[in-house]
Design a protein around this ligand. Structure first.
Ligand code: ARG
Length: 440
């Protein structure tokens, strides 16, 4: 359609047959030179003018159209530029499946993304993994892959112990039902305040921390009351996550807690030890010597660490799905973790170890600081979306136009995330253009 229009435009101005013009048109090697290009050298002999001159003359004579919106002469070529805005609209109007090819042939791609921690709200730091991961899912889906989205919830760690204690002491059930995210955050921040009674920067280990550790121990030992509280925390926390996922229209194939892989992870550690790949320290900790140094895969008190769970999870996922590729979407700070994970699996000769990819992205910063849950100074994802939808509503009224504020608002957030190259850090103020949006 574009080529044809260009041929017609040229046909009126040059003394060549349409077939000749068709043959001559080229696709330039770089977008800088336009989308199509017509070399004027062949006309040079006939017209006894330099190709540069001919191209210049043609560029002035041939008028742009709504579709071909720029025509430029360069070094004897006449370069044509297509109006990309119009192109995108036209293509989608004609066929929403434009460009769809069956590249994947139903091969399985696993994407591990979003992965918030139970009990903590989803904040601005989760926005990139969630949106980048989801759009990768959509792209792979579109290309005919069987795409499996996994939400690997952080359901272990001291913060869980802290929340359990805080819940026992101070929960307001009504508030929890009404706004689970806000109430869980209030509990967590209150607890951290108790650990830090004077306003020095570092949190003190005190009786509260001890209680939190005890609560974790009780959970491990299967104490019924503690388990019940943890179930509640998981349930309400999940409600908070789902609200955000619903707003973003995101679905996961599987949502599963990290803790589910403890047993398998430890088994793999033991295999590594038996196979001579891993070694034990005097204090009992188990490590593997990697080029970068020792990587501990089990703590001295036999407890699992972050990587222990990931070893187990990778193994189980391969067993369950037999994937072609697995992509982990997290921020750059976890780069070494994933490099170590992949290397260990390779050393252990798991055949899926060469199918693993880490897709890192820069952090979202607010001024110079990265937000911390314990301070409660976070910008919640839910609020970001609500505010943007509100803003979209206002704009729709102001511009006297039609539109669905949810779609416009959520679309704007997605757009701004995807527009930024993942590798770059993003300043919150630049994401939302006006910080003032969040000041009221
Ligand atoms: N829950 C982790 C975090 O908040 C991210 C988990 C990423 N996935 C993984 N398989 N380790 O940092």
């Amino acid at each position: 359609m574009f080529r044809q229009q260009i041929i017609n435009l040229l046909f009126k101005e040059v003394k060549l047959k349409k077939e000749e013009i068709t043959k001559l048109i080229e696709i330039p090697p770089d977008f800088e030179f336009g989308d199509y290009s017509f070399p004027c050298f062949i006309l040079s002999k006939k017209q006894k003018k330099s190709p540069i001159e001919i191209a210049e003359r043609l560029s002035k004579k041939i008028k742009t159209t709504p579709i071909i919106n720029k025509i430029q002469a360069k070094a004897g070529y006449l370069n044509f530029f297509i109006n990309k805005n119009k192109l995108a609209k036209e293509i989608i109007k004609i066929n929403a499946n434009f460009g769809k090819i069956n590249l994947g042939k139903k091969k399985k791609i696993l994407i591990d993304f979003s992965a918030p921690n139970i009990g903590k709200p989803m904040h601005i730091g989760h926005i990139r993994s969630t949106i980048i991961g989801d759009s990768m899912m959509r792209i792979y889906d579109f290309l005919g892959y069987d795409t499996i989205g996994i939400n690997y919830l952080g359901d272990i760690g001291l913060h869980i112990g802290k929340l359990i204690v805080a819940y026992e002491l101070w929960v307001n059930k009504q508030a929890l039902k009404k706004d689970p995210v806000a109430e869980l955050l209030r509990l967590y921040v209150k607890f951290c305040g108790k650990e830090k009674p004077n306003s020095r920067e570092e949190i003190q280990e005190n009786e509260y921390t001890k209680k939190a550790k005890q609560a974790l121990k009780k959970l491990e030992l299967g104490d019924k009351k503690t388990e019940k509280i943890f179930e509640d925390i998981k349930k309400y926390s999940g409600k908070g996550f789902n609200k955000v996922y619903d707003m973003l229209n995101i679905d996961f194939t599987e949502t599963i807690g990290q803790s589910q892989f403890e047993k398998k992870g430890k088994e793999i550690v033991m295999n590594a030890l038996e196979g001579g790949i891993a070694k034990r320290e005097k204090d009992g900790a188990i490590y593997i010597e990697l080029p970068r140094g020792k990587k501990y895969i089990l703590r001295s008190n036999e407890t699992a660490s972050y990587i222990t769970y990931d070893l187990g999870a990778a193994f189980e996922r391969d067993k369950k799905y037999k994937f072609e590729k697995m992509i982990y979407v997290t921020d750059f700070r976890q780069e070494q973790h994933f490099q170590s994970l992949f290397l260990i699996l390779k050393l252990m000769k798991y055949d899926f170890s060469n199918k693993l990819v880490h897709l890192p992205f820069g952090t979202v910063k607010f001024g110079k600081e990265i937000m911390a849950t314990r301070k409660g100074d976070m910008i919640l994802l839910e609020h970001v979306l609500e505010k943007t939808i509100e803003k979209a509503k206002e704009e729709i009224v102001k511009r006297k136009t039609k539109g669905n504020p949810e779609k416009v608002g959520v679309g704007a957030v997605k757009y701004i995330i995807l527009k930024n190259e993942p590798a770059r850090d993003v300043q919150l103020s630049s994401i939302f253009l006006c910080k003032s949006l969040f000041n009221n």
